[in-house]
Design a protein around this ligand. Structure first.
Ligand SMILES: Cc1cc2nc3c(=O)[nH]c(=O)nc-3n(C[C@H](O)[C@H](O)[C@H](O)COP(=O)(O)OP(=O)(O)OC[C@H]3O[C@@H](n4cnc5c(N)ncnc54)[C@H](O)[C@@H]3O)c2cc1C
Length: 242
């Protein structure tokens, strides 16, 4: 193990054990991470982890040792975090999740970012692909009561979708090819006139769609920048984002 990786593992990253692994759908796994420190973890819905999936693997470049995954659920009393990891990328993160086992040790670091719960609006539109579904779910679960929430979530196959941790499916699922700008814009045009009061849209997942839809909201619908929250989760010409 190189010196940089050794520092990462022993100084920068926290250690956890995989206490559960469940296949949620054709292409998504739930991974439960447990450790003693989770009981005292600071958490706002939208926080994510940098997971050291390649730590200890000599065959991987440093940039391929870490990938980002959103905290889908946290249970402080029992000391665990749940992640939902999609495998469409076929990259090292995807291979790691398919092959990892309960009892394995993993290394991670908390990340906060600013794609977080914002409870100040009255109506919300949540748009994303499979990689962003757990992130949109955890934010939606933490909205106060009486919010108006609609979700547009898409994937190439209907067998990709999975329910939230409470067994509910609060969003509309669409079977669409990658980067389905036209189809999503049609849905947006139907849904946005029905949004009442102060509104906010969350856009996450494929960076191409994040950029084009952000432009659509600002330029075509004249939404203000502070009414749009955007977080690209992956980019077709890059490996691992952030
Ligand atoms: C803040 C944040 C939170 C995230 N949370 C989650 C999460 O909870 N669950 C989750 O599954 N992902 C999540 N992601 C996305 C995840 O980190 C990336 O998809 C990651 O690149 C996958 O790593 P990989 O090694 O499997 O593929 P990489 O080696 O990074 O990529 C291989 C190829 O696949 C493409 N690719 C990457 N992701 C996808 C995808 N989802 N669909 C299709 N093609 C893809 C890449 O562009 C590249 O061409 C998050 C990303 C960010 C920035």
């Amino acid at each position: 193990m190189g010196i940089l990786e050794s520092i990462l593992k022993n100084v920068v990253l926290e250690e956890a054990t995989i206490s559960e692994k469940v296949k949620l759908s054709e292409s998504v796994y739930k991974i439960r991470l447990a450790n003693d420190k989770i009981a005292n973890a600071d958490f706002i819905p939208g926080y994510f982890l940098r997971l050291g999936i390649g730590i200890g693997r000599e065959d991987l470049a440093l940039k391929d040792k870490v990938r980002s995954y959103s905290v889908w659920d946290i249970n402080r009393a029992e000391g665990y975090i749940d992640l939902a990891i999609a495998t469409h990328s076929n990259g090292i993160g995807s291979k790691w999740v398919a092959n990892c086992n309960t009892g394995d040790t993993v290394y991670f670091k908390w990340k906060k970012g600013n794609f977080l719960l914002d409870d100040t609006a009255d109506s919300y539109l949540m748009i994303g692909d499979l990689s962003a579904l757990s992130h949109l779910y955890v934010i939606n679960r933490h909205f106060s009561d009486n919010k108006q929430v609609t979700g547009i979530v898409y994937s190439q196959s209907s067998s990709d979708f999975f329910e939230d941790v409470d067994g509910k499916s609060p969003f509309n699922f669409y079977q669409l090819q990658q980067n389905p700008y036209e189809e999503i814009v049609e849905r947006i045009k139907e849904l946005t006139p029905k949004m009442a009061g102060k509104k906010l849209v969350y856009l996450a997942g494929d960076s191409r769609l994040c950029v084009s839809l952000n432009n659509f909201f600002r330029k075509e619908l004249n939404w203000e920048t502070n009414e749009i929250k955007t977080k690209p989760f992956w980019n077709p010409v890059k490996k691992g984002l952030e």
